[in-house]
Design a protein around this ligand. Structure first.
Ligand code: ZN
Length: 481
């Protein structure tokens, strides 16, 4: 089968062809096609039998199932996620809908950025009733649709246990973001010193001896010296988290079948990560022979979902420089979580890291989808908006947000032309942001929403190019990325 023969067969059908997808390998040609609003793969040639589907005019038309995604990855390896080791600037684009990757790919423009197109936490999977397999398959089909051949990653985000790691890796994730928040003794940050001392005294002799040998009466790189009091507090807060990180890293090493990028996240804590804490964590991993690909400290200021950074930008910049020195010292990158819409810090982040950074975004792509809905299907937006307001208290169990719903104009008093403005108001953004799981569970919403998005997919891609393109532009402005 040649591409020309394949195109001739397609011309005999009423299928719409995504032109960038048409590709040939091992005597087999495939393309992403659509009939009405239903997408599928069209395949013909020697390896068509690897795909399951129905025959039509010499073509096999194959549903976008996980099985057919696996066959596609076998035939065209660029559709399969891969490690991003060696790439300086990497960016996570969580896509809770499985629709956004073409927009994400286009938002990269000519920048040398390796995208992590599949990126979901267990919480996001549960709220959207998807599996890691579903998320990766959606990314693979989208990559194929776009004819994007530069590679992408798949991040099992905020995994907490070996079982979750096993689940993510067996589904094909190429990155693990380990969340140690359950092992970190977050409350101990504010314990009185006497309580810290008592807890410390109760630790095994070997643990105390190790930390005291390495950190006391030493001139440490970047952070200088640590007092005995400081060290005891850091050990009480972090030692179990450090042990968990080392254990999980070894576990990944043992079970992985392809290269896996290991990120350590210590950002989901109650307090900001001090340079001394970051140094001890980085140094303990280093001593265990572990160089993560990236570490996500809890930076100063508020990184709330879907809205601009809030906090003291001078404090942020001062701390960020030191965190970058520590990351450089140990040979990993910093990772910026909740990076959606944090335009106020992007210049600093790009400049200080010289584009050697991992930035995660997620919810903002869902908000851009809702912006499209507000423009093209105002009635659906109105109903969803009211539902979101009504159910925000439930969603606040999963997400920390601080905006005030009283700042949201009453939608019954606004005309349709105003509706897209809601996606510019922080309080409305957060309300719609955190209720995605509840909304997507409502049949009246889900069906109409996906139909609207299918009818307006190019509008969605354009919205993502505009919005995530702005992220990319500011982050990379003073780099050669
Ligand atoms: Zn995080």
């Amino acid at each position: 089968m040649t591409v020309d023969m394949f195109r001739a067969l397609l011309a005999e059908t009423d299928l719409f062809v995504y032109e960038r997808s048409v590709d040939e390998s091992e005597g087999t040609v495939a393309a992403l096609v659509r009939r009405g609003l239903d997408k599928c793969l069209a395949v013909a040639g020697e390896r068509a039998d690897a795909f399951s589907g129905t025959e039509e005019k010499g073509l096999r038309l194959c549903p976008l199932s996980n099985e057919n995604a696996a066959a596609l990855m076998g035939l065209f390896p660029y559709t399969k996620p891969a490690s991003h080791k060696g790439h300086r600037f990497t960016m996570g684009f969580g896509d809770r809908l499985g629709l956004a990757s073409p927009g994400h790919i286009r938002a990269l423009g000519d920048h040398d950025i390796y995208p992590v197109l599949a990126q979901q936490s267990i919480r996001e999977l549960n709220l959207t009733h998807r599996t890691f397999q579903d998320v990766i398959s959606a990314a693979a089909f989208n990559v194929f649709q776009e004819g994007y051949k530069k590679g992408y990653g798949a991040d099992g985000d905020h995994l907490k246990t070996k079982a979750e790691i096993q689940y993510a890796l067996s589904a094909g994730c190429t990155m693990v973001t380990l969340d140690c928040s359950e092992q970190i003794n977050q409350k101990a940050v504010t314990f009185p010193q006497a309580e810290i001392d008592a807890l410390y005294a109760a630790l095994p002799e070997a643990v105390r001896a190790h930390y005291e040998d390495v950190y006391l009466d030493k001139d440490l790189p970047i952070i200088g010296s640590l007092s005995a009091e400081e060290l005891r507090r850091i050990v009480i807060v972090f030692h179990k988290g450090i042990d968990h990180a080392i254990e999980c890293y070894r576990y990944i090493d043992e079970i992985k079948t392809v290269p896996v990028d290991f990120e350590l996240s210590i950002d989901e804590t109650l307090t900001i990560t001090t340079p001394a804490e970051h140094f001890v964590v980085g140094n303990e991993l280093h001593a265990a022979g572990i160089t993560p690909i990236s570490v996500a400290p809890h930076f100063s200021g508020a990184f709330e979902k879907g809205i601009e950074y809030a906090g003291n930008l001078n404090d942020f910049a001062r701390d960020f420089v030191v965190h970058q020195q520590i990351a450089d010292h140990f040979g990993y990158k910093l990772s910026l979580h909740s990076g959606s819409d944090k335009f106020a810090v992007f210049s600093t982040v790009g400049r200080v890291t010289k584009g050697h950074i991992h930035v995660k975004t997620a919810g903002t792509s869902w908000l851009e989808a809702m912006r499209v809905v507000s423009e093209v299907n105002p009635d659906l937006y109105r109903r969803a908006h009211k539902f979101a307001l009504e159910h925000r208290p439930e969603a606040e169990k999963y997400y920390h947000v601080s905006t005030d719903v009283n700042e949201i104009p009453n939608i019954d008093l606004e005309n349709d032309a105003y509706l897209p403005e809601y996606m510019n108001l922080p309080a409305a953004r957060q309300t719609v942001h955190i209720t995605y799981g509840l909304l997507l569970e409502q049949p009246w919403f889900k069906d109409a929403f996906f139909r609207t998005m299918a009818e307006h997919e190019e509008d969605y891609y354009a919205a993502l190019v505009r919005h995530l393109g702005k992220h990319v532009r500011i982050l990379t402005a003073e780099t050669d990325i």
